[in-house]
Design a protein. Sequence first.
Length: 269
Amino acid sequence: MNQEQSKSDISVIAPANAPLFWQETFKIHSYEAGPSSFATPQSICRFLQEVASNHSDKLGVSGETISSVGQMWVLSQLSLKMSEYPKWHDSLSIKTWPTKRTTALRAFRDFVLFDDTSRETGKASSMWLLLDKESRRPQKIQTYLNQYTGDGHDPDMLHPIEKNLFDQQNSQISSRIFKVRASDIDYNFHVNNVCYLEWALEAILPEVRLRNFMSEFDVHFIREAKIFTLVTSECRLIDQNNNVFLHKISDADENVLALMRTTWHEKRN
């Protein structure tokens, strides 16, 4: 069987009784919490990646499976909204499902987050692309997930981020420069998604991060960062009344790698 046949037939291996919805519970460890003992946004995003990966494995379209035919999943957009973060020693449950918004080239997956008492404390939406590992060009995914989309409580939270908005503001820009490390590279040999969030947050003034929690987060991943290159994280306050920041991650050639928007609220005890 040649590679093109393998790609078109990959959906055949998906089990007939694959679960439309998937839920897991995570215990918050000390290394996943910040200075105030609440789980960090980075930890939450890692949990989202983990539960999405585990569900895709049950659906027969895991990263390992599609890698065997020269393809890879990449996260294109993510929106997260948290009303409350779990603390160290708490448990966090996440329910996820591929949604009926999925199209031939875009796979949408939603999440709902619950605390120890099954109370909803957050929700998220994501959009994924299936790329050829060599050309990095999008591949059709309709045959992969069409029969597995769920019709649950769709957050449908993905919001556009206008690049020009960053350039038109008159407020002061704060920035940090980072070098892409070997430890930032994941099994697809590109920078893990959470690294972009870490770079973005480092450009926010410490007093903002220490006194507030990130209640909303939107990111658009635009271009891959390369290993050992320099990236610049720029941050601009665009709405002082609501504590909204716009972030831009660029490489040394000024190519925009990612755009983000974060909203911060005062921490609760």
